[in-house]
Design a protein around this ligand. Sequence first.
Ligand code: SAH
Length: 264
Amino acid sequence: MNKRPSFPVRLDFSSGQAQARRPGSGHSGAALSKDGKPAAGAPPQGVGLDSGAVRMNMVRKLAGQGITDPLVLSAMGSIERHRFVDSALVNQAYEDTSLPIGLGQTISKPGVVARMAELLRHGAAGRLGRVLEIGTGCGYQAAVLSLLADEVYSIERLRGLHEKARDNLRQLRLANLHLLFGDGTLGYAKGAPYAAIIVAAASESVPPAWTDQLAVGGRLVAPVAHGRAAAGQQALLVIDKTVQGLQRTVLEAVHFVPLKSGLA
Ligand code: SAH
């Protein structure tokens, strides 16, 4: 039976450790009361405690912005974004803003992460199969994806960020998330074919490896140069791979760091 996640999402305050709960796992932890405060009896856990209500508020805003996929909302409510940003930025972790993560890169806005995840899921009834993420960054989006897919392969070209993501993700123990150090413009052939490919850095065009490694019936979501590209304008591109070929749909304007090739 395909259990649906509860909504509003339930958050686990029972440990200061990983609080991600697989949607539909049947374990819901301590709930919030109606006023958004931790239910009576939940032990105080410092920032973990405080962040629950703030994260719930973020999820409400995402729903208000038009995100409807219950699995996506549940995953956004489960993954603690504040654990992926610098301690000096923790108080901004649940605002709908991108934040610096070092080496000139940024963690995407929650609104964009949720939007892209919803596009990727495409109304699927259950979890996605194998997913490839290009641009691990701090690992936040990879963690969200790990709750939405059977397996997630996430590639980063900057060693410093690949290692940072590994540190950030260690205590979450997401067994289905595989971090790779490499050039994502080549995709990751060993995990192909993918049900979905999500790209977190903008390119002029889509490298052929990505569509080659996409399964028939699969979907790619990527920011690409669009409009006045010289002025840095970008849009979200969706590519559906069908038996008839590739179907492209250009959606709203976005702003991502550039896709680069090679390792550093
Ligand atoms: N999803 C990330 C967002 C990171 S920003 C998060 O949740 O934090 C985009 C990332 O893409 C940067 O870390 C950048 O180094 C990486 N990137 C750019 N070009 C790449 C490439 N060719 N292969 C892999 N990663 C790349």
